[in-house]
Design a protein around this ligand. Sequence first.
Ligand SMILES: [Ca+2]
Length: 306
Amino acid sequence: MTVSALAGCAGLLTRCRRRRPERRAGRQAGSALVLVAAGLFATVACTATEPPPEGMVRVPAGTVPRPGGDQRVETFDLDTHEVTNRDFAAFVDATGFETEAERWGWSLVFHPEETANPDLEQRVAGTLWWLAVEGAYWRHPRGPDSAAEADLPVVHVSWGDARAYCDWRGKRLPTEAEWDLAAGAGNDGEGRAHYPWGDEPAPQGQWVANVWQGDFPDRDDAADGHTYLAPVGSYPPNALGVFDLGGNVWEWVDDWYRPGGAGGEKVLKGGSWLCAASYCEGYRNANRNQSAPDSGLDNTGFRCAM
Ligand SMILES: [Ca+2]
């Protein structure tokens, strides 16, 4: 049984599987390795009358629009914040978990200063702003000379890494429909806003999410106060009390990008600090991205549900 089949506020049983590493580039510019965590079991039970666990909000049941008609989503609980480096360090300290980026020995880092040199080695074809950096992983997100800051969202985590963390917490990754319901602030169909925070990209001229302003990928004006990752919770939450659903990091969800797409790519939602209105506006609620499940980049993270 898959995790998504157990979505909702009910008894939950999740398990990690071991897969063989396979190196390839995802659509978003992926890297390598697959997951670990053998035999991790977690059992969680809750009822609709219990308050959500600390650090989570309860998202009431509703529907989300889909091409074939509205899809119903049952009540579930969602982390209020993206998983931080502090959170992930606790997981690694307790379990000795090693991410896929660590196993490969490199990961992909956004290097706008290098975009003028198309001959630079260790690039990913077609993505001139991504540079493969040896020694980059969650503890050293920009390379060996950088250090992860505790309150920033963890990055360079693959879908498998993310799922292993959520398993350890007795949680799971949200489904795409759950994520969409939360980003729509619980509003069904036509009531859904254009962005997780409303219909205006910058209400009253104020950016309320960490995205990119200016000409991507050459100049980030940082009108929102951050040119890179922002500490989680730096901007107001949406109407449900969920922070950073738009911008900061793309968030892994449980679903395959194409239905039944085992062996394909997983869905990412919410956009990141690299999303510009002039390029992809990935922070729109209707937007969805895809990446190989063994990929990790410095604009990709996650949060958990249960
Ligand atoms: Ca920004």
